[in-house]
Design a protein around this ligand. Structure first.
Ligand SMILES: [Cu+2]
Length: 163
């Protein structure tokens, strides 16, 4: 309940680091919620999940992701066809519509952390840099967990902290 807030604040800080310009406003409303990963061994591939929320008035596109924890991070889309789950790389980015959100979740969009440099264990934080259109970058940390964070609690904490 505290954690998604911390991530959102980190994102805001990263986005507002450059001097205020018109382009900054475009991403000012983007927050990342429920960023998490799963335990994995060094040299193996890991996964990353999160929800991108665009509180702004224009679309925002996630173009790519970098992490010191993996050789390469790719954006993947899983799909089911003929009873077989497969995944493909998403090369043209993921658009988050204004006022909308996009969930990266098991069985759908996910981050693929190829060739992990170290083992990931529960409770650990995996640093990521999200790269948006116009070259904006935002730092987030994926919490290594066995199960997804509770969506309702997370958004409630983020939206109603003043209570
Ligand atoms: Cu994948």
């Amino acid at each position: 309940m505290i954690r998604p807030l911390a991530i959102a604040f980190a994102l805001t800080a990263a986005l507002s680091a450059p001097a205020a310009q018109a382009a900054d406003a475009k991403l000012a409303g983007v927050t990342v919620r429920q960023a998490w990963s799963r335990p994995a061994q060094a040299g193996m591939n890991g996964v990353g999940f999160m929800t991108l929320v665009n509180g702004g008035k224009t679309p925002v596109t996630l173009k790519g992701v970098e992490s010191p924890a993996a050789g390469v991070v790719e954006i993947h889309q899983s799909s089911m066809a003929g009873g077989v789950m497969s995944m493909r790389r998403v090369d043209d980015g993921v658009v988050v519509p204004p006022g909308g959100e996009v969930a990266f979740a098991p069985g759908g969009l996910h981050l693929m952390l190829l060739n992990l440099k170290a083992a990931q264990t529960v409770g650990q934080k995996v640093p990521m840099t999200l790269i948006f259109d116009n070259g904006r970058r935002a730092a987030v940390a994926l919490e290594v967990r066995l199960a997804p964070p509770q969506a309702a609690q997370a958004s409630s904490a983020a939206g109603h902290r003043h209570h």
